[in-house]
Design a protein around this ligand. Sequence first.
Ligand code: F6P
Length: 414
Amino acid sequence: MKNVIVGQSGGPTSVINSSLLGVFKTARDRGADTVYGMVHGIKGLLDGDIVDISTRIKNDLDMDLLKRTPSSFLGSCRYKLPDIEGNEKTYEKIFKILKEYEIFAFFYIGGNDSMDTIKKLSDYGAKIKSPIRFMGVPKTIDNDLAITDHTPGYGSAAKYIAATTKEIIRDGLVYDYPVVSVIEVMGRNAGWLTAATALAKGEDCEGVDEIYLPEKVFDVDKFVKRMGELLKKNRSVVVAVSEGVKVADGRYVCELADHVDYVDAFGHKQLAGTARYLAGKVAEKYGVKTRAIELSSLQRCASHITARVDVTEAFNVGGAAVKAAFEGLSGQVITLKRVSDDPYMCITEPADVHFIANVEKKVPDEWITDDGTNVKPELTHYIRPLIQAEIMPLWVDGLPRHIRLQSETEKKAK
Ligand code: F6P
C-alpha cells in the first residue's frame, strides 16, 4: 500500500490549492493508492477528520476549479505540536493514526510556523525509526521563509496589493481638496508585502508617497510631521504601512490604539488597526479627510487576480515534494532557487526543515532607504517577475466559480 496524506496549515493564500493539486496529481501519477487530506491540518488528523481527496476532486473540471479557488480547500489550523520530550503520547497517537491509514508519505503545506510540525514529526519518526517520509511544501503571502528565493502565495498577494494601490492612488486624486490615504498591508514582522506597493509607480501612476516596513523602528510623531510636509506639496497623499510596524519600546503601533487580546498558538498577536490609528492622528492634527484602508484578508484570497507564475510555482513545489518523498527524502522543505532574472527562471530544491521552521526572513537593510520611508529599486526588481501573467477564474453568472469541501452532513442532505 502506498497511501499519502496532505494538509494545509497557517494563513491561506490565493494559490495554496495549486500546491494541494500538485501533491494530489503527482502522488497519483507516481502510483499512490489513496491521497488522503487532513481537514484543518494536523488538528484534523488528531481528531480523525480525514478525507479521501479523490472522492472530492473527481475530474478535470474539479481540478481546474481547485486551482482557481482561494483559501485552503481542506481547511487550515494554527496548531503548535508540543515538544517531543514529555509529550510522547501525542506523537504515539499521530503515528498510530498514520499506521492505520497505511501512510507512506506526509505532506504539509505551510509557512515557517507550520514547518515546525514537519520538523517535529520527522525528528520523532527518526527517533522511532519510522519509514514514513515527512515533507514540507512552502506557502505564505508573507514571503518570510528562510533559504527559498520567495514563497508561493507571495507573488499573487503582491500583484493584488500593487494593482489595488494603483486604484487607490487614482481615487485619492478625485476631489479638489486634500485626502490622506493610509494603506495597511499584512506581513507581520517582514515587509515584503508592504514593499509591493512600490510596484504601483509607473508611467500611468504617481506611486505611493512613502512606505513603512516593520524592519525599521516606527516613530508616530515623525510620521505625522511628515504627512504635514507632504500635504503642503500634494493634494492626495498615499502611504503604505505594514501591520507589523513597531515603536521604539517594541509595541506594535496597532497596540497603541486597540487592546489586542487574541494571541494564536504560536504566540502571534492579531495585528489590525494600524492604518486607522495613524489616519486618526493625521486627521486630528491637520483636520483633513483621511482614509484608513486595511487590505486584510482581501490581499490573500484574491484568486480573480493571481499571478500565473505563482500558480505554476505553487503547483510545482507540491509536485517536487512528492517526487522527493518517493525518492526517499524526509525532513525537508522544497525551496525555490532563482537561476535567472531575465528571463526569470526558478528551480526547486529540497532543504533541511531545521533551517526553515520558525525562522523569519526579513527584507534586507540594503533594500530599504536610509531614512526608512521607502524601498530601493533592487526590491521592486526582485518582486516584479513574481507578479507576471494571469490565470482567469471560470466565471459563472458574473462571478468567479469556486470549489469547496462539503461536509458529510451537507453531502447527505442532497
Ligand atoms: O500567515 C500569513 C498572514 O496572512 C499574516 O500576514 C497575517 O499577519 C496573519 O496571517 C493573519 O493571520 P490570521 O488569519 O490567523 O488572522
